[in-house]
Design a binder for this molecule. Sequence first.
Ligand code: SAH
Length: 267
Amino acid sequence: MNHTLPPITGRCTLVGAGPGDPELLTLKAVKAIQAATVLLVDDLVNDAVLQAYARPGARIVHVGKRGGCKSTPQAFIERLMITAVREGETVVRLKGGDPFIFGRGGEEVEHLREAGIECTVVNGITAGLAAVTSLGVPLTHRDHAQGVVFVTGHAKTGAGAAEDPTDWRALAATAHNARLTLVIYMGVSGAGHIERELLHGLPGDTPVAVVQHASLPHQRHLVTTLQGLQARIADAGLASPAVIVVGDVLQGLAAAALPVDAGRFGT
Ligand code: SAH
């Protein structure tokens, strides 16, 4: 019953806040944040971004699950966005990295569209990209990697391999044969499982890096081999948010960090 709904006067923009460093925001992101009257902010977004660019008086709603708070249900966030847009607000949904990489941005755009609201999307620099670049390593290289796979490791949280929807063995074989770099998001807690499965298709001495808090002053990283992945993560105490990078593009870094098994730690 369209005639019962008030006309939509507000607007909505899904904005990628990048990996953390406010200087990695796009100009479009900055403009959108400055124009927002309502900001719905994910927990991976650096507060410095809001401090620098949110307008005084803007309503800022933190909808993330870190810092002891429970995650705000996705349906509630979407209702909030729709209501605010209908009330005429300029809404910015601010997400870490890029909104369309593992950020449920796709679902949000679909639900807004179903509610008759078109949403603009502003790209952000995704964490995997920033993580690898911060090590001075390219994601592709004519001698080492012909492509990149961004993959989530989230599905594995200690359960058996049968419950993991990601076919790591197939992925490892493809990465090996087609020479691809793997960039694994949300993989630290399942690193043992990922390591074991990937070893079915990739050599144990394949270089691996783990980067936590990429682009932030407290960034930490380690470089090791696939067969040392879980042990080194445990030794170093690296935890989420971190990305795991697997592939021969890291060879130079691994060589510089010899002995590789001891890894290297710190920036
Ligand atoms: N949309 C985001 C990803 C959201 S999923 C993006 O494009 O970056 C959340 C995962 O992203 C984390 O578990 C972690 O694997 C990764 N991540 C986000 N920010 C990060 C950072 N600063 N450093 C390392 N990994 C990060």
